[in-house]
Design a protein around this ligand. Structure first.
Ligand code: ADP
Length: 376
C-alpha cells in the first residue's frame, strides 16, 4: 500500500486517480502529523510526500520516519512544486528521501519510479527476513553445540564413575585371591557385576536415545501375558538391590501386544529410579490394576526426595534432570525419555504424581490386547 501525504485535498485526489489506474492500494494523510501516526500503525510499501505543508513539513516527516526501526527502510519520494532549488533537493535526500520529483511531473515516469522503489524495498525486506532467519539458525546451532559439549562431559563422567569402581574392585578381588579369602573375592566380584550392570544400562540408554533421534528404535511386537513381564522385572531389581523390598499389590491377568524386553526396560527404569531417588527408604510400592477392560496401569511409588510441581512436566524430555537432585545422584536424564518413547509407541500413557520430601508415584498405562483386535 502507498501512503500519499499532502495538505491539499485536490492534490491527493489527482494522485489517487493516477495510482488507482495502475492498481495500487492507496491511503492518504492531510498533514505530516497524521502521516506519522499512520506510518506507525500500518505497513506501507512507499510514501509520496509533499514538501511544503503547514505544521511538520515533508523533510521533518521523512527524518522522523527514518528514526523508527519499523519504518526506516520505507522508500520516500518527495513531490514539490515550490522548493525546486538544489539546496531543497539536497535536503530531501539528506532527510532520507529516495527521490525528489518536481511538479508538474510525468505520471508514467512517477509510476515507473514507484514500481522500482517498491521492488527494491521488497527485496530489502526479504533480505532482512532471511538475515534474521540465519541469525536465529546460527544461535540455535551454537546452543545445540554447547548442549552437546556439556552432554559429552557429563556422559564421560557418568561412564568413568562405574569404570573407576570396577578397577578398584578388581584390585580387591586380586588381593582377596592372594589372601585366599574366597568370600571377600565373591563380595567384590558381586560389586563389580553391579557396576558393570550400571555401565550396561548407561550405554543402552545412550544407544536408545540416539536411535530415537534417528527414528530407528525397533520393536519386536508379539502378544504377551503381562503379569510375567512384571514379575520378571521385579525379580531382577530385587536381586540387584537385596537391601530394598518391593511390595507388589494387584495383578492384571491380561495380554499385551508389544515388545516384552522394552516394556521390562520401562519397569526396570521406574523401579531403579524409585530406589536411586529414595536414599533413606527401603520400600517401594508396586501396584498393577485394570482401569477398565481395555487399559492396564502400573504405579510405582517411593517415599523419596520427590519432585517440585513446576519440574514435573519436563521429566520425560531428553537429558532433563531436576536441578535439586542432579548433583546428589548420578544420571544422564535419558531413562524417562526412553521410557516415554517406548510407552508412546505402545499407545499407552505415562506421568507422575509427586511431592517434594514425601515421594513420587510414577505410572504408565498400556492398552489391553483384545483377542480380535489388531493393535498396530
Ligand atoms: P537420570 O535418573 O539418569 O537423571 P531419568 O530420565 O531416569 O534420568 O530421570 C530424569 C530426572 O527425573 C532425574 O534426574 C530426577 O531428577 C527425576 N526423577 C526420576 N525419577 C525420580 C524419582 N523416583 N524421584 C525423584 N526424582 C526422580
Amino acid at each position: 500500500m502507498i501512503l500519499i501525504v499532502d495538505d491539499k485535498p485536490e492534490n491527493l485526489i489527482a494522485l489517487k486517480r493516477i495510482l488507482h489506474k495502475h492498481h495500487f492500494e492507496v491511503d492518504s494523510a492531510l498533514s505530516g502529523e497524521e502521516a506519522l501516526k499512520k506510518v506507525l500503525k500500518s505497513n506501507y510499501d512507499l510514501i509520496l510526500l509533499d514538501v511544503q505543508m503547514p505544521g511538520l513539513d515533508g523533510f521533518e516527516v521523512a527524518e522522523s520516519i527514518a528514526g523508527y526501526n519499523k519504518t526506516k527502510d520505507i522508500p520516500i519520494i518527495f513531490l514539490s512544486a515550490v522548493n525546486v532549488k538544489k539546496q531543497f533537493i539536497n535536503k530531501g535526500y539528506a532527510s532520507g528521501g529516495r527521490d525528489y520529483i518536481i511538479k508538474p511531473f510525468e505520471p508514467d515516469v512517477l509510476i515507473l519510479k514507484i514500481k522500482m522503489f517498491i521492488k527494491l524495498y521488497e527485496q530489502t525486506v526479504a533480505l532482512q527476513n532471511m538475515q534474521q532467519v540465519l541469525v536465529e539458525e546460527i544461535e540455535f546451532r551454537k546452543q545445540a553445540e554447547r548442549t552437546k559439549d556439556e552432554f559429552i562431559t557429563m556422559a564421560s563422567h557418568e561412564l568413568k564413575t562405574p569404570l573407576t569402581s570396577i578397577k578398584g574392585y578388581m584390585q580387591m578381588v586380586e588381593r582377596s585371591f592372594v589372601r585366599e579369602a574366597k568370600e571377600d573375592a565373591r563380595k567384590y566380584l558381586d560389586r563389580t557385576r553391579q557396576q558393570l550392570e550400571k555401565l550396561n544400562i548407561l550405554i543402552d540408554d545412550l544407544l536408545d536415545t540416539s536411535k530415537i533421534a534417528s527414528g530407528k528404535l525397533d520393536f519386536r511386537n508379539k502378544v504377551y501375558d503381562f503379569d510375567p513381564i512384571i514379575d520378571n522385572a521385579v525379580d531382577i531389581i530385587s536381586q540387584t538391590y537385596p537391601s530394598h523390598s518391593i511390595l507388589k499389590t494387584g495383578s492384571a491377568d491380561v495380554k499385551i501386544y508389544g515388545d516384552q524386553l522394552r516394556l521390562e526396560q520401562v519397569i526396570l527404569n521406574y523401579l531403579s529410579n524409585a530406589i536411586k531417588y529414595s536414599p533413606n527408604s527401603f520400600e517401594i510400592l508396586f501396584d498393577v490394576s485394570l482401569l477398565s477392560c481395555d487399559e492396564v496401569m502400573v504405579n510405582i511409588t517411593d517415599s523419596g526426595i520427590g519432585i517440585p510441581k513446576d519440574k514435573q512436566a519436563e521429566l520425560f524430555t531428553r537429558f532433563y534432570r531436576v536441578d535439586e537432585s542432579s548433583n546428589r545422584f548420578q544420571g544422564l536424564g535419558m531413562g524417562l525419555y526412553v521410557c516415554a518413547e517406548i510407552i508412546k509407541r505402545h499407545h499407552g500413557r505415562y506421568g507422575v504424581d509427586s511431592e517434594p520430601g514425601k515421594g513420587s508415584s510414577f505410572y504408565f498405562t498400556l492398552p489391553v490386547y483384545q483377542e480380535q483386535s489388531t493393535n498396530n
